[in-house]
Design a binder for this molecule. Structure first.
Ligand code: C2E
Ligand code: CA
Ligand code: CA
Ligand code: CA
Length: 275
């Protein structure tokens, strides 16, 4: 295994034993990091068609004492594989609810990402309910993002858990919409409120006729099913304008803002009318 500077933990070695060792070391580090709470949440703004702030997506970062910020793409898969995602995911739920409590006067909604394993954890609805109660947050301000593949991993089990979550009054959205399972059947069956169109479809929406047609059709379909639509990865004005003309409801991406630590969100939040 070798290190590549920025992404220190990527294992390039074909030596199975060595990469196995590396994984064990990283698993141990991750375990310690959870105990020591070496994680922080950054929040990426979401706006409506008029550019008004409406929400924030919570995205985890590992603030490693030696390596600095480590991207979730590097440790979430291992956390999933080892089951550590359950304690880590519970920390995220509690931490985000605590932050929501501070932002409650701005009446902003915050979404967080749930992994496949969490969606199979029968304790999940209780964990979410307890966090909402402890912080005294209106459940509708919390949005939970799940992927199509997480739902499809075990349809019956996840259906039961999603129904329980929905009964708490939280919002549910499908993340990375369009990239994995193209079965649209579950849109009808599951208690979903919103789809987030993956940025793979947004990237060339202003230049590629096919992407344009796909996204336009998805938005149409979603609206006919009473679902809200958010476009992910909006990076340039032309993409924003094209999506506005399609009546897309919400927008997120570097064009508006990258994910930021909570203390840097004052300007974004002050554009909201306090309740
Ligand atoms: P995601 O849920 O699809 O989150 C969006 C990712 O796209 C974020 O990467 C965000 O920084 C990035 N992004 C936002 N706008 C743009 C844009 O305009 N262009 C481009 N190229 N990228 C953009 P990030 O923060 O590195 O997170 C990566 C993934 O890690 C997330 O993808 C999500 O699947 C996972 N993740 C993040 N936080 C959590 C968490 O708390 N729990 C779980 N289970 N997974 C998480
Ligand atoms: Ca997400
Ligand atoms: Ca996404
Ligand atoms: Ca993604």
């Amino acid at each position: 295994a070798k290190e590549n500077g920025k992404h220190t933990y990527i294992v390039y070695s074909t030596d199975l034993e060595q990469s196995g060792m590396k994984k064990i070391v990283l698993e141990g580090e991750l375990r310690k990091a959870i105990e020591r709470e070496e994680f922080v949440m950054h929040y990426q703004p979401q706006v409506d068609a008029s550019g008004k702030p409406i929400g924030l997506e919570a995205l985890i970062r590992w603030n490693h004492p030696l390596h600095g910020f480590i991207s979730p793409a590097e440790f979430i898969p291992l956390a999933e594989e080892t089951g550590l995602i359950i304690p880590l995911g519970n920390w995220v739920i509690e931490h985000v609810c605590g932050q929501l409590q501070q932002w409650q006067p701005q009446n902003i909604h915050v979404s967080l990402n749930l992994s496949t394993k969490q969606l199979q954890d029968p304790e999940l609805p209780r964990t979410v309910q307890k966090a909402l109660q402890t912080c005294g947050i209106p459940p509708a301000l919390l949005e939970l993002e799940i992927t199509e593949s997480a739902i499809m991993r075990n349809v019956t089990e996840s259906m039961a858990i999603l129904e329980q979550l929905k009964q708490l009054g939280v919002q549910l959205s499908i993340d990375d919409f369009g990239v994995s399972y193209s079965s649209l059947n579950y849109l009808k069956q599951f208690p979903i409120d919103k789809i987030k169109i993956d940025r793979a479809f947004i990237r060339e929406i202003h230049t590629d006729r096919k992407d344009y047609e796909i996204v336009s059709t998805i938005i149409h379909l979603a609206h006919n099913l009473n679902l809200q639509v958010l476009a992910e990865g909006v990076e340039v004005q032309e993409q924003y304008h094209t999506l506005q003309r399609m009546d897309c409801n919400e927008y997120q991406g570097y064009y508006f803002s990258k994910p930021l630590p909570p203390e840097e969100l004052d300007a974004f939040l002050s554009a909201r009318t306090p309740i």
